[in-house]
Design a protein around this ligand. Structure first.
Ligand SMILES: O=C(O)/C=C/C(=O)CC(=O)C(=O)O
Ligand SMILES: [Mg+2]
Length: 218
């Protein structure tokens, strides 16, 4: 990667590819079956939010949920990447929130519509600073956690992903070219839940990285 700043992966990043239901306990807490293959969706890069700015409720949403996730920053371009070579394509990591308008998503699910608006409004992808690849020796054994107003809500380990990071890179790149600065949100562990205006979210990866965001419902 040419740089280590969020602004850079905004500039280089052509897409945000997200994975759904990648932790058994989370799939089950929302009443879903455990997937047999990765569930993939995309979010626009206009949804990025850096610290110091509030997360906004999107229009029509009364049930805004937090989802903490390990974000992977793609380090180089690749298409149809073999699983055993996937690690070479990781450029770094970051702490991400895949904010979800759960009521809009439920409505979309009922009607067989895409999740785009429930996941992709401006401010729906709060993100921490870029973490250099070598700061994390085993991305498949990281505690990812999230607190709301100081109370622990999510506390999972990336060891519990259904589909590993290498498998996801290989799977996604079978269909679409991954480019430097693209990011992959690897799915959320259990404990997702509702937020209200004025809440303060803290989230992190073990003691490697931490982010803080406030919620604005005006
Ligand atoms: O199936 C649902 O009701 C909801 C799924 C998600 O929002 C998927 C994710 O974004 C995730 O698991 O991280
Ligand atoms: Mg998610």
């Amino acid at each position: 990667m040419a740089s280590n700043r969020l602004a850079q992966f905004r500039v280089f990043g052509k897409k945000i590819v997200a994975v759904g239901r990648n932790y058994k306990a989370h799939a089950e807490e929302l009443g879903n079956k455990v997937p047999e293959k990765p569930i993939i969706f995309t979010k626009p890069t206009t949804s990025y939010l850096s610290q110091g700015h509030p997360i906004k409720f999107p229009p029509g949403c009364n049930d805004l949920h937090h989802e903490v996730e390990l974000g992977i920053v793609v380090g180089k371009k690749g298409y149809q990447i073999p699983e055993e070579k996937a690690k070479e394509y990781i450029g770094g990591y970051f702490v991400a929130l895949d904010m979800t308008a759960r009521d809009l998503q439920l409505d979309a699910k009922k009607n067989g519509h895409p999740w785009t608006l429930s996941k992709g409004w401006d401010t729906s992808t709060p993100a921490g600073e870029f973490i250099e690849k070598d700061k994390i020796t085993n991305p498949q054994n990281l505690q990812i956690w999230l607190k709301v107003n100081g109370e622990m809500r999510q506390n999972g380990n990336t060891a519990d992903m259904i589909f590993s990071i290498s498998y996801l890179i290989s799977f996604i790149s079978k269909y679409m070219t991954l480019e430097e600065g693209d990011v992959i949100l690897t799915g959320t562990p259990s404990g997702v839940g509702g937020l209200k205006g004025g809440d303060v979210i803290e989230a992190g990866i073990g003691d490697v990285a931490k982010i803080t965001f406030s919620v604005d419902k005006s």
